[in-house]
Write a protein that binds this ligand. Structure first.
Ligand code: SF4
Ligand code: SF4
Length: 467
C-alpha cells in the first residue's frame, strides 16, 4: 500500500481529528512528550516568557520600549515613537509582514506555529504541563473525568482552573501593558476599581477569553479559527520543510514479532506518535492541516526507535521531496531567492523604523495671502509650519532658508521650544529680494535645524513678482 492508498483507506481528511463521526467534540488527552526537541522547546519557552513578560518593563528615554496604543494612536517600536502621521511606515510594514509570512511558510512550513505562536507555546508548554502535574497522565485524566464528584476530584479541578485563571489574568494584564504602558497598568491596579470601570471590565473580559481558550477551546483555535493555519495548504509545496513521517522507510508498518526476521518497514505501529499529538492526528497519514509542528511526535518516535535499536528520525523535519524522491533537504534556487527577499524586507523595515525623524515638519503657505510688499525692495510670503515633536521632551529647533539668500522672520518667539508628543504650530515670513525672483513661483528649501544640525529638509514654493 503506498502513501496515497493509505490516505484514501483512512478517509481521515473527511473531518477534522477532534470531531467524532456524530459531530461531537473529541477531547484530546495528549501524552507528555520528552526528548531532544521537548528539551529545546523548554529552553525556548524560558526565553519566550522573559521576552513576553519582560518587554513592558523595559524603558528607553523614559518611554516604554514597545507600546501599541491604538486608542491614543501612539506606537513605540524599539524605543522609536510613531504617530498616525507615520501611517505609510505601518502600511509598508504590513505589506512586508504579509509577504514575509508567505515566504517564510513556503520555505519553513509551520516552524512559527510550533516554536513561536503564543497559542502553541502557552497551551503545550504551560497549560498542558499544569494539567499533567495536577491531573496526571492521559489515562488518569480520563479516569478523573469519569469518576463521580468527590473531594479529590473537586480539589484537583479547582486547583487546575484557579491556576489557569491566574495565568490568564497575568497574560491579560501583560497585553494591557503593551497597550497602555506598565506605569499606567500599575496605577490602574493600585487605584480603586470604580476609578477605571471600563478598563476593569475589559481586563475581566480578556482574562475570561484567555481562560476559555486555554481551558476549553484549545486546539480548535489552530484547527478551525486561526487564518494562518488555513493558509498552509495553499503555501506548501513539495520542497517545504515540515514535520513528516518517512513512509518509504516506515511502511508497511506492523508490530514486532519476537524471534522472526522482520520483513516489514520500521514503523512498529506503537501509536506513540498519535498519543502525544495535541491535535489528535496520525502524522503517518501525511501532511495535515491540523499539525501545529509541535515536534512531540518526533520525540516520541525517536524514543521508540532508540529502544528497539532502529535508526532514529523516522518522523523528522523533512520535505515531501526528501521523503518521496530521497532528495536531501537543501536550499533550492527558489528558496534562496525567497530568503533574499525575506532579508531585504527585514532590512527595509529596520531602515524605515530607524530612519523615522523624531521631528516631522510640514510647511504650507498661509491661506488667503499671496505675498506682501516689504521694506528695502523685498517681498514676503507667510508660511505655517506644523511641527510634530515625536519625543517625550521639549525640543528647540530653528528653520533656515537653504537654497537662496533671504530672511526668515518668525511671528512670535522664534526660540519657543516644541512641546513633546504634539503638533506645534509656527508662523513665519520668508523674505526675498524682489530682484532675485525670475518666475512667479520660486521653489525654496527650508532646513529644520537642532543644535546646528540639519534634521529635515522641507521643500515649498514662494509666490511673488518676477522681473
Ligand atoms: S503531528 Fe506531530 S508535530 Fe504535528 S501536531 Fe501532532 S505531534 Fe505535533
Ligand atoms: S511512534 Fe514511530 S514507530 Fe510508533 S507508530 Fe509512530 S511512527 Fe510508528
Amino acid at each position: 500500500m503506498n502513501q496515497e492508498d493509505l490516505q484514501h483507506a483512512e478517509g481521515f481528511r473527511d473531518r477534522i481529528s477532534t470531531v467524532t463521526g456524530g459531530g461531537k467534540r473529541k477531547w484530546i488527552y495528549a501524552l507528555k512528550p520528552s526528548g531532544f526537541f521537548f528539551k529545546w522547546r523548554n529552553v525556548s519557552l524560558i526565553i519566550y516568557l522573559l521576552v513576553f513578560f519582560g518587554i513592558p518593563f523595559i524603558k528607553y528615554n523614559n518611554e516604554p520600549f514597545v507600546l501599541i496604543n491604538v486608542v491614543k494612536g501612539k506606537f513605540i517600536i524599539f524605543g522609536k515613537i510613531f504617530f498616525p502621521q507615520d501611517f505609510f511606515i505601518f502600511a509598508v510594514g504590513m505589506i512586508a509582514l504579509i509577504i514575509f509570512i508567505a515566504l517564510f511558510t513556503i520555505i519553513y512550513g509551520r516552524l512559527f506555529c510550533g516554536w513561536a505562536c503564543p497559542q502553541t507555546v502557552f497551551m503545550e508548554l504551560i497549560f498542558r504541563r499544569i494539567e499533567w502535574w495536577i491531573e496526571g497522565s492521559p489515562n488518569q485524566q480520563k479516569a478523573l473525568k469519569e469518576r463521580a464528584w468527590d473531594g479529590e476530584k473537586m480539589l484537583r479541578k479547582l486547583a487546575k482552573h484557579l491556576i489557569f485563571l491566574l495565568i490568564s489574568f497575568l497574560i491579560a494584564h501583560t497585553f494591557l501593558a503593551y497597550i497602555l504602558g506598565i506605569d499606567e497598568v500599575i496605577k490602574i491596579i493600585q487605584d480603586p476599581v470604580e476609578a477605571h470601570w471600563s478598563l476593569f471590565i475589559g481586563l475581566m473580559v480578556f482574562t475570561a477569553l484567555f481562560y476559555g481558550v486555554f481551558a476549553y477551546v484549545r486546539e480548535i483555535v489552530c484547527t478551525t479559527i486561526c487564518p494562518y493555519g488555513r493558509l498552509q495548504s495553499v503555501l506548501f509545496d513539495k520542497s517545504t520543510m515540515q514535520i513528516a513521517y518517512d513512509y518509504s522507510r516506515g511502511e508497511p508498518r506492523g508490530k514486532i514479532a519476537k524471534g522472526t526476521e522482520r520483513k516489514l518497514g520500521d514503523c512498529i505501529d506503537c501509536m506513540k506518535c498519535v498519543h502525544v499529538c495535541p491535535t489528535g492526528i496520525d502524522i503517518r497519514d501525511g501532511v495535515q492541516m491540523e499539525c501545529v509542528g509541535c515536534t512531540a511526535c518526533i520525540d516520541a518516535c525517536d524514543e521508540v526507535m532508540g529502544k528497539i535499536g532502529f535508526p532514529k528520525k523516522l518522523i523528522r523535519y523533512a520535505s515531501e521531496d526528501e521523503i518521496a524522491n530521497k532528495i536531501p533537504f537543501h536550499f533550492t534556487g527558489r528558496m534562496k531567492a525567497y530568503s533574499f527577499v525575506l532579508v531585504f524586507l527585514i532590512a527595509l523595515m529596520t531602515f524605515l523604523v530607524l530612519k523615522g525623524n523624531s521631528i516631522d515638519t510640514y510647511v504650507k503657505r498661509a491661506q488667503g495671502q499671496l505675498y506682501q510688499e516689504m521694506e528695502n525692495n523685498t517681498i514676503g510670503n507667510l508660511y505655517v509650519a506644523k511641527i510634530l515633536n515625536k519625543t517625550n521632551r521639549e525640543r528647540t529647533i530653528e528653520i533656515r532658508l537653504e537654497n537662496r539668500p533671504g530672511e526668515i522672520r518668525f511671528i512670535g518667539d522664534k526660540e519657543k521650544s516644541l512641546k513633546p508628543e504634539i503638533v506645534n504650530e509656527r508662523e513665519f515670513f520668508v523674505i526675498l529680494d524682489k530682484n532675485s525672483l525670475t518666475q512667479r513661483k520660486t521653489p525654496i528649501e527650508l532646513g529644520v535645524y537642532e543644535n546646528n544640525k540639519r534634521i529635515q529638509l522641507v521643500k515649498t514654493n514662494f509666490l511673488g513678482l518676477y522681473k
